[in-house]
Write a protein that binds this ligand. Structure first.
Ligand code: HEC
Ligand code: HEC
Length: 445
């Protein structure tokens, strides 16, 4: 008996050490670690790590709006609360839309459709793809924009929000004060808040939502505001500003920190397979993606032209056409010709769930996006060659490299975010939409 135990012990120890040895010896881990250390400003792979859930202190935030659990709980509901939808263009659409109409969690917090539609839209489908315009609305009455909704994931790392980066008074927008009064929306930058807090204040206006003491009493949120903003004088408490503070805290907590690449970065070498690791090496080396997609969110607060098509060119979008200045990207905000056709570098997590990619929804999956970068030929002839980023050129990746890079994007950069979605909102309404067709699509009754 004792011998059997010895032999078992021997095998266990053997296997254990072999495993550890194998783990350390995987040359892909060594290579990827070296590469990421080389790219990082501090020489550490943890430059790519997102904070863990609950580690609020490590999340980038506006010092005027420190992240707290109470703010997140309130913001999580307000974001999906169709009870705020009290200023529609036509009364019968009241109480039917929310922020989540255009930022669907299971579509990487994008619309799930070619274009986001809040007021003036109806239906949901399985994942946002079934939303369409209400016939009785003239397109000019609808709440729609001339570019695709951005993801809400990892927006804590966005210093200047929207595709043109027009919100926020600092970072990319330093010395742009003279531009803020040109667009009624960007006047909010004068408050000196971070981009997120500023944009969301403006968002309630743009998206026809009402925040007031009466509405909060009606829906049942008063106590939540009291808990989250106890030190704010009551006459200022139930306002757009503090509703924005709550939603901003929630959005900053939306981190894809459980994605396999995140686990790998934090030391779990088994979290990614070899093909994914090779794909990561293509991303961070030969394909040059790392030159623009940087840091924990793989984004950048910088603007580049890739020559992709605009939303109106899909032929499926409302209230946008070739005269829509949205096509100028950063240039729409700055008015400077050298900024025209340049768009902000978006984050890259969970995009396998986004059925439309790029600001004009011109591509439908990550393989198409990778092929586009690999071919390096602008698809939009209206974009002057002078505005195309110099890094956008043929990459000459092999078929295997293309496949493994795509696998890295699809699999290693994916973290299902169910934990961040509320089960209900206080109105009891259906989320994220509450019109009759959406209620049916979402099984709300
Ligand atoms: C009608 C669709 C629609 C609704 C409703 C909507 N959004 Fe958006 N959202 C967009 C679009 C489109 C963009 C990109 C805008 C641009 O580039 O001009 C965007 C961008 C954003 C961004 C910037 C993200 C980044 O990385 O720069 C934030 C933050 C945001 N929305 C938050 C919200 C909040 C909060 C609400 C509710 C108050 C909301 N949105 C409601 C369509 C919508
Ligand atoms: C020159 C800077 C630059 C480089 C290099 C670059 N990107 Fe991007 N990427 C961007 C910008 C800017 C956008 C948004 C462009 C737009 O929609 O007009 C973008 C968009 C994307 C999107 C679509 C995201 C979305 O939400 O729609 C994906 C996917 C993507 N990039 C992946 C990659 C991969 C993979 C590589 C390497 C092969 C790469 N990028 C290289 C700047 C860059």
């Amino acid at each position: 008996m004792r011998q059997v135990v010895y032999i078992l012990c021997f095998f266990t120890i053997c296997t254990f050490f072999r495993c550890t040895e194998d783990k350390l010896a995987n040359p892909l881990d060594v290579e990827l670690t070296n590469r990421l250390q080389g790219l990082s400003a501090t020489g550490s792979v943890t430059d790519y790590a997102l904070p863990d859930d609950g580690d609020y202190a490590s999340i980038p935030q506006d010092p005027q709006n420190p992240i707290t659990e109470d703010k997140i709980s309130l913001g999580r509901m307000l974001f999906f609360e169709t009870g705020l939808a009290l200023a529609p263009a036509r009364p019968y659409n009241e109480g039917t839309y929310s922020c989540g109409s255009c930022h669907v969690p299971t579509a990487a917090f994008t619309a799930g459709a070619v274009q986001g539609i809040a007021d003036g839209g109806v239906g949901f489908g399985d994942n946002g793809e079934g939303r369409s315009g209400i016939q009785l609305y003239d397109p000019s009455e609808m709440d729609v924009q001339g570019r695709r909704p951005l993801s809400m994931l990892n927006t804590a790392y966005v210093t200047n929000t929207t595709w043109s980066g027009k919100f926020g008074s600092d970072f990319a927008n330093e010395d742009t004060e003279h531009l803020w009064h040109l667009d009624p929306a960007t006047e909010v930058n004068s408050l000196g808040l971070a981009a997120m807090e500023s944009q969301v204040i403006e968002g309630f206006e743009l998206h026809r939502m009402v925040i007031s003491k009466d509405v909060m009493d009606d829906l049942g949120y008063t106590q939540y505001f009291d808990d989250a903003f106890a030190t704010v004088p009551t006459r200022e408490r139930y306002t757009r500003k503090y509703a924005s503070f709550a939603i901003s805290a929630y959005l900053r907590s939306l981190l894809t920190n459980q994605a396999p690449f995140q686990k790998w970065v934090k030391g779990d070498m088994q979290a990614m397979g070899d093909a994914e690791k090779r794909g990561a090496l293509v991303f961070f080396d030969k394909a040059g993606c790392y030159k623009c997609h940087k840091g924990p969110a793989l984004n950048a607060n910088e603007f580049y032209g890739l020559g992709v098509k605009d939303l109106y060119e899909t032929g499926l979008a409302f209230d946008t056409d070739e005269n829509d200045k949205a096509k100028f990207g950063r240039g729409e905000f700055t008015g400077a010709e050298e900024d025209n056709y340049k768009f902000k570098v978006p984050q890259l997590y969970n995009l396998k769930e986004a059925p439309f990619l790029f600001h004009g929804s011109s591509m439908h999956n990550l393989r198409e996006a990778v092929d586009y970068f690999n071919e390096g030929i602008p698809e939009n002839p209206n974009v002057p060659a002078s505005q195309i980023a110099p890094h956008f050129k043929p990459l000459y990746l092999t078929e295997i490299e293309v496949e493994e890079l795509t696998l890295f994007l699809e699999k290693s950069l994916y973290d299902p975010v169910d934990r961040h979605v509320p089960e209900f909102v206080l109105s009891g309404n259906c989320i994220p939409n509450n019109d009759q067709i959406s209620q049916r699509d979402l099984d709300c009754n």
